[in-house]
Design a protein around this ligand. Sequence first.
Ligand code: COA
Length: 217
Amino acid sequence: MKAIAELFDGPVVVAASSLSLAEDELFPEERAHIQAAVAKRRAEFATARILARRALASLGASPVALVPTPDRAPVWPPGYAGSISHCADYCAVAVARSRDVPSLGLDVEDLRELDPSMRDLVLTPAERRWLRGQPDALQPMLPIVIFSAKEAYYKCQYPITRGFLDFQEVELAIAWPAGTFEARVMKEDWPAAVARLAGRFFIADGRVSCGVTLAQA
Ligand SMILES: CC(C)(COP(=O)(O)OP(=O)(O)OC[C@H]1O[C@@H](n2cnc3c(N)ncnc32)[C@H](O)[C@@H]1OP(=O)(O)O)[C@@H](O)C(=O)NCCC(=O)NCCS
């Protein structure tokens, strides 16, 4: 079976599991951060922190609290990069030493059909034309793959730019059989280091998983 670590270029450690409400394993500041949230959100948050600490430990990092910034972006210990994704009953975390992998983006989505309004929001005109040329059997799942690939790109670029992008500002070129894509930003003055990034995806267990790596310069 394909593994999430294979979505990235470079040595990346992945930890993944179903969701659990293991709040007793959180640091006090993490518990305080999430205390007002609904149970599902607390489970996502707790599971992600436990998995992240496990993955970071295998790279030699000491256990520390992983409290996000006010804009929800994760904060990693100095010297490490990583990315978190959760869906209905699953969470995956990928981490690396930043000297090996300066930034990475992981997104996992339950396979589902996007409703027409979301498709219009997510797909650019060129992506819609590309989609129409693909085999009928693939049509229902392609929009969620494009959505997930753009989310993975967004998570990878964010630590570098701290900038917001909407779906229409990122265009994908997908090589379906190879399970690869390139994300290209169609916005003036976007930092060249992240203006085009390559990614990979695979579909398994009713989910699509996408990874984008910012490689060492
Ligand atoms: C951040 C975002 C991409 C998360 O994606 P999602 O599919 O909703 O949710 P996922 O479960 O896959 O990911 C959630 C994790 O993303 C991470 N995340 C949140 N904001 C982030 C950011 N700015 N940069 C990197 N990672 C971020 C967090 O670690 C979060 O998990 P946590 O709350 O437990 O720490 C999305 O919510 C968002 O804010 N998007 C706005 C921008 C956008 O989507 N533009 C179009 C694509 S170019």
